[in-house]
Design a protein around this ligand. Sequence first.
Ligand code: 5AD
Ligand code: SF4
Length: 455
Amino acid sequence: MTDRIENDVDIDGKNQCQKFMCILTYGCQMNENDSERFAGQLKTAGYQFTDKLDQADLIIINTCCVRESAEKKIYGKIGELKKLKAVNPNLLIGIAGCMAQKDQEKIFKKASHIDFIIGTHNVHKLAELIAEVENKKEKVLAVWEQAEQMAPDVPTVHKGQVSAYVPIMYGCNNFCTYCIVPYVRGRERSRSVEDILREINQLAADGFKEVTLLGQNVNSYGKDKQETQGFARLLEAVDRSSAVERIRYMTSHPRDMNDAVIDVISQSTKICEHFHLPIQSGSDKILEKMNRGYSTEYYLSLMKKIREAVPNASITTDIIVGFPGETEELFLETIQLLKEIRFDAAYTFIYSQRSGTPAAAMPGQVPLAEKKARLQRLMTMQNDISLDINQSLQGQTLEVLVEGPSKNDETRWMGRTRTNKIVLWDKKGTEKVGQLLPVYIVNAQTWLLKGQLLS
Ligand code: 5AD
Ligand code: SF4
Protein backbone atom coordinates (compact mmCIF):
# COMPACT_ATOMS: atom_id res chain seq x y z
CA MET A 1 0.00 0.00 0.00
CA THR A 2 1.39 3.39 -0.88
CA ASP A 3 0.66 6.49 1.13
CA ARG A 4 1.34 10.18 0.79
CA ILE A 5 3.64 12.49 2.67
CA GLU A 6 1.58 15.29 4.07
CA ASN A 7 1.24 16.94 7.42
CA ASP A 8 -1.97 15.20 8.28
CA VAL A 9 -2.16 16.19 11.92
CA ASP A 10 -2.91 19.33 13.79
CA ILE A 11 0.38 20.05 15.54
CA ASP A 12 -1.40 21.96 18.30
CA GLY A 13 -3.46 18.86 18.93
CA LYS A 14 -0.38 16.75 19.70
CA ASN A 15 -1.13 14.41 22.58
CA GLN A 16 1.27 12.66 24.90
CA CYS A 17 1.67 9.43 22.92
CA GLN A 18 1.93 10.99 19.46
CA LYS A 19 5.42 11.02 18.05
CA PHE A 20 6.61 13.32 15.30
CA MET A 21 9.24 12.74 12.62
CA CYS A 22 11.04 15.24 10.45
CA ILE A 23 13.14 14.00 7.51
CA LEU A 24 15.52 16.40 5.76
CA THR A 25 16.66 15.15 2.36
CA TYR A 26 19.68 16.29 0.36
CA GLY A 27 20.88 15.11 -3.03
CA CYS A 28 19.36 13.06 -5.82
CA GLN A 29 16.04 11.35 -6.48
CA MET A 30 17.41 8.08 -5.09
CA ASN A 31 17.83 9.80 -1.73
CA GLU A 32 14.34 11.25 -1.99
CA ASN A 33 12.99 7.76 -2.53
CA ASP A 34 15.01 6.40 0.41
CA SER A 35 13.41 9.13 2.55
CA GLU A 36 10.00 7.99 1.35
CA ARG A 37 10.90 4.48 2.51
CA PHE A 38 12.06 5.85 5.89
CA ALA A 39 8.77 7.72 6.18
CA GLY A 40 6.80 4.57 5.34
CA GLN A 41 8.50 2.55 8.07
CA LEU A 42 8.10 5.33 10.62
CA LYS A 43 4.44 5.88 9.82
CA THR A 44 3.87 2.14 10.36
CA ALA A 45 5.62 2.56 13.73
CA GLY A 46 3.14 5.31 14.66
CA TYR A 47 5.04 8.49 13.80
CA GLN A 48 3.34 11.51 12.24
CA PHE A 49 4.97 14.12 10.00
CA THR A 50 6.11 17.55 11.02
CA ASP A 51 8.24 20.00 9.12
CA LYS A 52 9.00 21.91 12.33
CA LEU A 53 12.35 20.74 13.66
CA ASP A 54 11.60 21.91 17.19
CA GLN A 55 8.44 19.80 17.32
CA ALA A 56 10.09 16.57 16.18
CA ASP A 57 10.79 13.55 18.39
CA LEU A 58 12.93 12.07 15.62
CA ILE A 59 14.99 13.88 12.98
CA ILE A 60 16.71 12.08 10.11
CA ILE A 61 19.13 13.89 7.83
CA ASN A 62 19.40 11.94 4.59
CA THR A 63 22.73 13.05 3.15
CA CYS A 64 24.60 13.39 -0.15
CA CYS A 65 28.36 13.36 -0.72
CA VAL A 66 28.60 13.68 -4.50
CA ARG A 67 30.22 17.11 -4.13
CA GLU A 68 32.11 18.73 -1.27
CA SER A 69 29.74 21.72 -1.27
CA ALA A 70 26.80 19.43 -0.35
CA GLU A 71 28.82 17.83 2.42
CA LYS A 72 29.78 21.18 3.96
CA LYS A 73 26.17 22.34 3.94
CA ILE A 74 25.03 19.13 5.62
CA TYR A 75 27.68 19.25 8.36
CA GLY A 76 26.50 22.84 9.00
CA LYS A 77 22.92 21.60 9.37
CA ILE A 78 23.99 18.77 11.69
CA GLY A 79 25.75 21.34 13.89
CA GLU A 80 22.59 23.48 14.05
CA LEU A 81 20.61 20.56 15.52
CA LYS A 82 22.75 20.44 18.64
CA LYS A 83 20.75 23.18 20.32
CA LEU A 84 17.49 21.24 19.80
CA LYS A 85 18.94 18.31 21.66
CA ALA A 86 19.83 20.62 24.54
CA VAL A 87 16.16 21.70 24.79
CA ASN A 88 14.73 18.20 24.28
CA PRO A 89 17.11 15.45 25.51
CA ASN A 90 14.64 12.74 24.33
CA LEU A 91 14.99 13.88 20.72
CA LEU A 92 16.57 11.21 18.48
CA ILE A 93 18.76 12.38 15.59
CA GLY A 94 19.95 10.03 12.85
CA ILE A 95 22.18 10.48 9.82
CA ALA A 96 21.40 8.45 6.70
CA GLY A 97 22.46 8.37 3.05
CA CYS A 98 25.71 8.52 1.13
CA MET A 99 27.69 10.60 3.66
CA ALA A 100 26.65 8.19 6.43
CA GLN A 101 27.95 5.31 4.33
CA LYS A 102 31.22 7.12 3.60
CA ASP A 103 32.04 8.75 6.94
CA GLN A 104 30.39 6.24 9.33
CA GLU A 105 31.58 6.66 12.95
CA LYS A 106 33.55 9.79 11.99
CA ILE A 107 30.15 11.51 12.18
CA PHE A 108 29.79 10.54 15.86
CA LYS A 109 33.22 12.06 16.51
CA LYS A 110 32.37 15.28 14.71
CA ALA A 111 28.86 15.55 16.22
CA SER A 112 28.35 13.94 19.63
CA HIS A 113 24.60 14.76 19.59
CA ILE A 114 23.91 12.21 16.84
CA ASP A 115 22.14 9.03 18.08
CA PHE A 116 22.36 6.73 15.07
CA ILE A 117 23.88 6.34 11.64
CA ILE A 118 22.16 4.26 8.98
CA GLY A 119 23.91 3.30 5.74
CA THR A 120 22.55 3.14 2.19
CA HIS A 121 22.21 -0.67 2.33
CA ASN A 122 20.28 -0.60 5.62
CA VAL A 123 17.32 1.62 4.65
CA HIS A 124 14.80 -1.20 5.19
CA LYS A 125 16.14 -1.74 8.75
CA LEU A 126 15.17 1.68 10.15
CA ALA A 127 12.35 0.54 12.46
CA GLU A 128 14.58 -2.14 14.06
CA LEU A 129 17.39 0.35 14.44
CA ILE A 130 15.24 2.90 16.24
CA ALA A 131 13.93 0.22 18.59
CA GLU A 132 17.55 -0.70 19.34
CA VAL A 133 18.53 2.92 20.05
CA GLU A 134 15.53 3.33 22.37
CA ASN A 135 16.11 0.03 24.23
CA LYS A 136 19.88 0.22 24.61
CA LYS A 137 19.93 3.97 25.23
CA GLU A 138 23.22 4.16 23.39
CA LYS A 139 24.44 5.24 19.95
CA VAL A 140 24.00 2.75 17.12
CA LEU A 141 25.92 2.48 13.87
CA ALA A 142 24.13 0.41 11.21
CA VAL A 143 26.23 0.54 8.06
CA TRP A 144 26.64 -2.65 6.03
CA GLU A 145 29.59 -2.51 3.66
CA GLN A 146 27.76 -4.60 1.09
CA ALA A 147 24.14 -4.81 0.09
CA GLU A 148 22.00 -7.85 0.70
CA GLN A 149 21.19 -9.42 -2.66
CA MET A 150 18.07 -7.25 -2.86
CA ALA A 151 16.67 -5.36 0.08
CA PRO A 152 13.08 -6.41 0.84
CA ASP A 153 10.34 -3.91 0.01
CA VAL A 154 9.12 -1.77 2.89
CA PRO A 155 6.08 0.53 3.18
CA THR A 156 6.61 3.77 1.26
CA VAL A 157 5.00 7.15 1.90
CA HIS A 158 5.18 9.17 -1.31
CA LYS A 159 5.75 12.90 -1.45
CA GLY A 160 3.03 14.49 -3.56
CA GLN A 161 -0.13 13.00 -4.99
CA VAL A 162 0.53 12.91 -8.71
CA SER A 163 3.98 11.66 -9.51
CA ALA A 164 5.98 8.97 -7.70
CA TYR A 165 9.48 7.55 -7.84
CA VAL A 166 9.80 3.81 -8.31
CA PRO A 167 13.30 2.37 -7.83
CA ILE A 168 14.05 -0.31 -10.42
CA MET A 169 17.64 -0.92 -9.40
CA TYR A 170 20.17 0.09 -6.80
CA GLY A 171 23.91 0.76 -7.11
CA CYS A 172 26.25 1.45 -10.00
CA ASN A 173 29.02 -0.56 -11.71
CA ASN A 174 30.50 2.20 -13.81
CA PHE A 175 33.19 3.77 -11.69
CA CYS A 176 33.41 7.05 -13.58
CA THR A 177 36.69 8.31 -12.17
CA TYR A 178 35.23 11.44 -10.51
CA CYS A 179 32.27 9.75 -8.86
CA ILE A 180 31.82 8.54 -5.29
CA VAL A 181 28.47 6.83 -5.92
CA PRO A 182 29.70 3.26 -6.65
CA TYR A 183 31.64 3.34 -3.35
CA VAL A 184 28.66 4.38 -1.27
CA ARG A 185 25.80 2.64 -3.08
CA GLY A 186 27.46 -0.65 -4.06
CA ARG A 187 27.09 -2.78 -7.18
CA GLU A 188 24.03 -2.91 -9.43
CA ARG A 189 21.08 -4.92 -8.15
CA SER A 190 17.87 -4.99 -10.23
CA ARG A 191 14.41 -5.42 -8.70
CA SER A 192 12.17 -8.01 -10.32
CA VAL A 193 9.76 -6.91 -13.06
CA GLU A 194 6.89 -8.34 -10.98
CA ASP A 195 7.74 -6.24 -7.90
CA ILE A 196 8.10 -3.10 -10.01
CA LEU A 197 4.78 -3.66 -11.80
CA ARG A 198 3.01 -4.45 -8.53
CA GLU A 199 4.25 -1.18 -7.02
CA ILE A 200 3.28 0.86 -10.10
CA ASN A 201 -0.20 -0.65 -10.29
CA GLN A 202 -0.76 0.10 -6.61
CA LEU A 203 0.33 3.69 -7.25
CA ALA A 204 -2.13 3.95 -10.15
CA ALA A 205 -4.89 2.52 -7.93
CA ASP A 206 -4.01 5.17 -5.31
CA GLY A 207 -4.50 7.93 -7.91
CA PHE A 208 -0.93 8.61 -9.06
CA LYS A 209 -0.72 9.61 -12.71
CA GLU A 210 3.00 9.48 -13.35
CA VAL A 211 5.92 7.27 -12.32
CA THR A 212 9.64 7.84 -12.68
CA LEU A 213 11.64 4.64 -12.85
CA LEU A 214 14.76 5.28 -10.81
CA GLY A 215 18.31 3.99 -10.91
CA GLN A 216 21.85 5.33 -11.11
CA ASN A 217 22.06 3.86 -14.61
CA VAL A 218 18.61 2.60 -15.60
CA ASN A 219 19.85 1.40 -18.98
CA SER A 220 21.80 -1.32 -17.15
CA TYR A 221 18.59 -2.74 -15.69
CA GLY A 222 18.67 -6.56 -15.67
CA LYS A 223 22.35 -6.93 -16.59
CA ASP A 224 23.07 -8.36 -13.11
CA LYS A 225 20.64 -11.14 -14.13
CA GLN A 226 22.30 -11.62 -17.52
CA GLU A 227 19.46 -9.92 -19.39
CA THR A 228 20.99 -7.83 -22.16
CA GLN A 229 17.76 -6.02 -23.16
CA GLY A 230 16.41 -5.77 -19.62
CA PHE A 231 15.55 -2.06 -19.66
CA ALA A 232 13.81 -2.15 -23.05
CA ARG A 233 11.73 -5.15 -21.89
CA LEU A 234 10.90 -3.47 -18.57
CA LEU A 235 9.78 -0.26 -20.29
CA GLU A 236 7.61 -2.33 -22.61
CA ALA A 237 6.06 -4.19 -19.68
CA VAL A 238 5.37 -0.98 -17.71
CA ASP A 239 3.95 0.68 -20.81
CA ARG A 240 1.66 -2.27 -21.56
CA SER A 241 0.43 -3.29 -18.17
CA SER A 242 0.31 -0.23 -15.97
CA ALA A 243 -2.57 2.18 -15.52
CA VAL A 244 -0.49 5.34 -15.07
CA GLU A 245 -0.70 8.06 -17.73
CA ARG A 246 2.96 9.00 -17.93
CA ILE A 247 6.21 7.07 -17.54
CA ARG A 248 9.63 8.67 -16.98
CA TYR A 249 12.99 7.17 -16.09
CA MET A 250 16.28 8.48 -14.75
CA THR A 251 19.26 8.44 -15.07
CA SER A 252 20.47 7.05 -18.39
CA HIS A 253 24.07 6.37 -19.26
CA PRO A 254 24.65 7.39 -22.91
CA ARG A 255 26.84 4.32 -23.49
CA ASP A 256 23.97 1.98 -22.59
CA MET A 257 21.14 3.83 -24.35
CA ASN A 258 20.55 1.37 -27.17
CA ASP A 259 18.29 1.08 -30.23
CA ALA A 260 15.88 -1.31 -28.49
CA VAL A 261 15.17 1.29 -25.76
CA ILE A 262 14.77 4.14 -28.25
CA ASP A 263 12.43 1.92 -30.27
CA VAL A 264 10.18 1.15 -27.29
CA ILE A 265 10.06 4.85 -26.36
CA SER A 266 9.18 5.92 -29.89
CA GLN A 267 6.31 3.36 -30.08
CA SER A 268 4.86 4.20 -26.68
CA THR A 269 2.21 6.79 -25.89
CA LYS A 270 2.90 6.78 -22.14
CA ILE A 271 6.69 7.05 -22.02
CA CYS A 272 7.45 10.77 -22.05
CA GLU A 273 9.53 12.42 -24.77
CA HIS A 274 12.34 13.48 -22.50
CA PHE A 275 15.86 12.09 -22.55
CA HIS A 276 18.30 12.96 -19.77
CA LEU A 277 21.70 11.82 -21.01
CA PRO A 278 24.63 13.18 -18.99
CA ILE A 279 27.47 13.90 -21.44
CA GLN A 280 29.81 15.28 -18.69
CA SER A 281 32.33 16.75 -21.15
CA GLY A 282 32.65 17.63 -24.84
CA SER A 283 36.29 16.60 -25.03
CA ASP A 284 37.26 13.05 -26.01
CA LYS A 285 40.43 13.33 -24.00
CA ILE A 286 38.50 14.21 -20.83
CA LEU A 287 35.77 11.61 -21.49
CA GLU A 288 38.48 8.96 -21.60
CA LYS A 289 40.01 10.17 -18.34
CA MET A 290 36.52 10.14 -16.84
CA ASN A 291 36.10 6.48 -17.90
CA ARG A 292 32.77 7.28 -19.51
CA GLY A 293 33.07 4.61 -22.22
CA TYR A 294 31.94 6.73 -25.20
CA SER A 295 33.34 9.36 -27.55
CA THR A 296 31.80 12.64 -28.69
CA GLU A 297 31.28 11.04 -32.12
CA TYR A 298 29.21 8.26 -30.52
CA TYR A 299 27.23 10.79 -28.46
CA LEU A 300 26.43 12.86 -31.57
CA SER A 301 25.22 9.74 -33.41
CA LEU A 302 23.00 8.94 -30.41
CA MET A 303 21.48 12.47 -30.57
CA LYS A 304 20.77 11.96 -34.27
CA LYS A 305 19.05 8.62 -33.65
CA ILE A 306 16.90 10.03 -30.84
CA ARG A 307 15.89 13.10 -32.81
CA GLU A 308 14.91 10.98 -35.81
CA ALA A 309 12.97 8.45 -33.73
CA VAL A 310 11.28 10.93 -31.34
CA PRO A 311 11.20 14.29 -33.18
CA ASN A 312 9.70 16.43 -30.40
CA ALA A 313 11.84 15.05 -27.61
CA SER A 314 13.58 17.35 -25.16
CA ILE A 315 17.12 16.37 -24.33
CA THR A 316 18.90 17.44 -21.15
CA THR A 317 22.35 16.69 -19.80
CA ASP A 318 24.85 17.02 -16.95
CA ILE A 319 28.27 18.65 -17.41
CA ILE A 320 31.28 18.80 -15.12
CA VAL A 321 33.70 21.69 -15.64
CA GLY A 322 37.29 21.73 -14.44
CA PHE A 323 37.95 17.98 -14.44
CA PRO A 324 41.71 17.36 -13.90
CA GLY A 325 43.62 18.05 -17.11
CA GLU A 326 40.86 20.22 -18.62
CA THR A 327 42.79 22.99 -20.35
CA GLU A 328 41.13 26.10 -21.82
CA GLU A 329 41.32 24.41 -25.21
CA LEU A 330 39.55 21.25 -23.99
CA PHE A 331 36.93 23.34 -22.15
CA LEU A 332 36.23 25.16 -25.44
CA GLU A 333 35.53 21.75 -27.00
CA THR A 334 32.69 21.35 -24.47
CA ILE A 335 31.34 24.82 -25.30
CA GLN A 336 31.51 24.00 -29.01
CA LEU A 337 29.74 20.65 -28.62
CA LEU A 338 26.95 22.18 -26.53
CA LYS A 339 26.40 24.80 -29.24
CA GLU A 340 26.17 22.03 -31.80
CA ILE A 341 23.84 19.73 -29.83
CA ARG A 342 21.58 22.45 -28.39
CA PHE A 343 20.32 20.75 -25.22
CA ASP A 344 17.02 21.90 -23.75
CA ALA A 345 18.81 22.26 -20.41
CA ALA A 346 22.12 21.37 -18.81
CA TYR A 347 22.80 20.78 -15.12
CA THR A 348 26.30 22.12 -14.69
CA PHE A 349 28.73 21.30 -11.89
CA ILE A 350 32.19 22.35 -10.80
CA TYR A 351 34.43 19.29 -10.51
CA SER A 352 34.77 18.35 -6.83
CA GLN A 353 37.67 16.18 -5.64
CA ARG A 354 36.22 13.15 -3.83
CA SER A 355 38.88 11.36 -1.88
CA GLY A 356 39.20 7.68 -2.81
CA THR A 357 38.15 8.24 -6.42
CA PRO A 358 40.85 7.97 -9.13
CA ALA A 359 40.36 11.53 -10.41
CA ALA A 360 41.11 13.03 -6.99
CA ALA A 361 44.75 11.94 -7.40
CA MET A 362 45.09 12.89 -11.08
CA PRO A 363 47.57 15.59 -12.08
CA GLY A 364 46.37 18.87 -13.57
CA GLN A 365 43.78 19.83 -10.91
CA VAL A 366 42.17 23.09 -12.06
CA PRO A 367 42.21 26.06 -9.61
CA LEU A 368 38.80 26.85 -8.08
CA ALA A 369 38.68 30.39 -9.50
CA GLU A 370 39.19 29.00 -13.00
CA LYS A 371 36.53 26.33 -12.47
CA LYS A 372 34.07 29.00 -11.31
CA ALA A 373 34.83 31.18 -14.32
CA ARG A 374 34.33 28.25 -16.71
CA LEU A 375 31.03 27.33 -15.05
CA GLN A 376 29.81 30.89 -15.50
CA ARG A 377 30.77 30.96 -19.19
CA LEU A 378 29.12 27.60 -19.80
CA MET A 379 25.91 28.57 -18.01
CA THR A 380 25.64 31.89 -19.86
CA MET A 381 26.00 30.12 -23.18
CA GLN A 382 23.58 27.28 -22.30
CA ASN A 383 20.98 29.66 -20.83
CA ASP A 384 20.73 31.44 -24.19
CA ILE A 385 20.14 28.12 -25.94
CA SER A 386 17.55 26.98 -23.37
CA LEU A 387 15.70 30.29 -23.68
CA ASP A 388 15.78 30.11 -27.46
CA ILE A 389 14.34 26.56 -27.48
CA ASN A 390 11.67 27.48 -24.93
CA GLN A 391 10.70 30.58 -26.93
CA SER A 392 10.03 28.34 -29.92
CA LEU A 393 7.21 26.82 -27.83
CA GLN A 394 5.39 30.16 -27.50
CA GLY A 395 2.04 29.97 -29.27
CA GLN A 396 1.81 26.18 -28.89
CA THR A 397 -0.72 24.32 -26.74
CA LEU A 398 0.92 21.67 -24.59
CA GLU A 399 -0.50 18.88 -22.44
CA VAL A 400 0.35 19.63 -18.82
CA LEU A 401 0.00 17.34 -15.80
CA VAL A 402 -1.24 19.50 -12.91
CA GLU A 403 1.02 19.10 -9.86
CA GLY A 404 -0.41 21.83 -7.60
CA PRO A 405 -0.08 25.49 -6.67
CA SER A 406 3.24 27.14 -7.51
CA LYS A 407 5.57 27.15 -4.51
CA ASN A 408 6.40 30.85 -4.93
CA ASP A 409 3.03 32.22 -5.97
CA GLU A 410 -0.27 30.83 -4.65
CA THR A 411 -2.24 32.55 -7.42
CA ARG A 412 -0.52 30.37 -10.00
CA TRP A 413 -0.59 26.63 -10.64
CA MET A 414 2.29 24.46 -11.70
CA GLY A 415 2.51 21.46 -13.97
CA ARG A 416 4.88 19.74 -16.35
CA THR A 417 4.81 19.03 -20.06
CA ARG A 418 5.61 15.55 -21.35
CA THR A 419 9.05 16.96 -22.21
CA ASN A 420 9.52 17.77 -18.50
CA LYS A 421 9.27 21.54 -18.79
CA ILE A 422 7.72 23.40 -15.88
CA VAL A 423 4.63 25.44 -16.80
CA LEU A 424 2.95 28.08 -14.62
CA TRP A 425 -0.50 29.58 -15.27
CA ASP A 426 -2.96 31.83 -13.48
CA LYS A 427 -5.28 29.72 -11.37
CA LYS A 428 -8.75 29.32 -12.90
CA GLY A 429 -10.23 27.49 -9.96
CA THR A 430 -11.53 24.59 -12.05
CA GLU A 431 -8.25 22.70 -12.34
CA LYS A 432 -7.55 19.73 -10.10
CA VAL A 433 -4.28 18.15 -9.04
CA GLY A 434 -3.52 15.16 -11.29
CA GLN A 435 -5.51 16.37 -14.34
CA LEU A 436 -3.97 16.46 -17.80
CA LEU A 437 -4.89 19.85 -19.22
CA PRO A 438 -4.12 21.88 -22.36
CA VAL A 439 -2.10 25.01 -21.63
CA TYR A 440 -1.39 27.69 -24.24
CA ILE A 441 2.22 28.89 -23.92
CA VAL A 442 2.38 32.68 -23.76
CA ASN A 443 5.83 33.41 -22.45
CA ALA A 444 9.09 31.48 -22.14
CA GLN A 445 11.98 31.78 -19.71
CA THR A 446 15.21 29.78 -19.36
CA TRP A 447 13.87 27.29 -16.79
CA LEU A 448 10.10 27.64 -17.17
CA LEU A 449 7.14 28.45 -19.38
CA LYS A 450 4.16 30.65 -18.58
CA GLY A 451 0.79 29.89 -20.10
CA GLN A 452 -3.00 30.17 -20.08
CA LEU A 453 -5.27 27.29 -19.23
CA LEU A 454 -7.54 26.57 -22.21
CA SER A 455 -10.23 24.30 -20.78
N1 5AD B 1 32.21 16.64 -9.03
C1 5AD B 1 31.29 17.35 -9.70
N2 5AD B 1 30.17 16.81 -10.22
C2 5AD B 1 29.98 15.49 -10.03
N3 5AD B 1 28.97 14.68 -10.41
C3 5AD B 1 29.23 13.43 -9.96
N4 5AD B 1 30.40 13.42 -9.28
C4 5AD B 1 30.90 14.70 -9.31
C5 5AD B 1 32.06 15.32 -8.81
N5 5AD B 1 32.98 14.63 -8.16
C6 5AD B 1 27.85 15.13 -11.24
C7 5AD B 1 27.76 14.39 -12.57
C8 5AD B 1 26.54 13.54 -12.39
C9 5AD B 1 25.70 14.40 -11.48
C10 5AD B 1 24.61 13.71 -10.78
O1 5AD B 1 26.64 14.89 -10.55
O2 5AD B 1 27.55 15.34 -13.60
O3 5AD B 1 25.89 13.24 -13.61
FE1 SF4 C 1 28.54 8.04 -10.84
FE2 SF4 C 1 29.13 7.33 -13.37
FE3 SF4 C 1 27.64 5.68 -11.79
FE4 SF4 C 1 26.59 8.00 -12.67
S1 SF4 C 1 27.25 6.26 -13.97
S2 SF4 C 1 26.48 7.18 -10.57
S3 SF4 C 1 28.36 9.37 -12.70
S4 SF4 C 1 29.80 6.26 -11.49
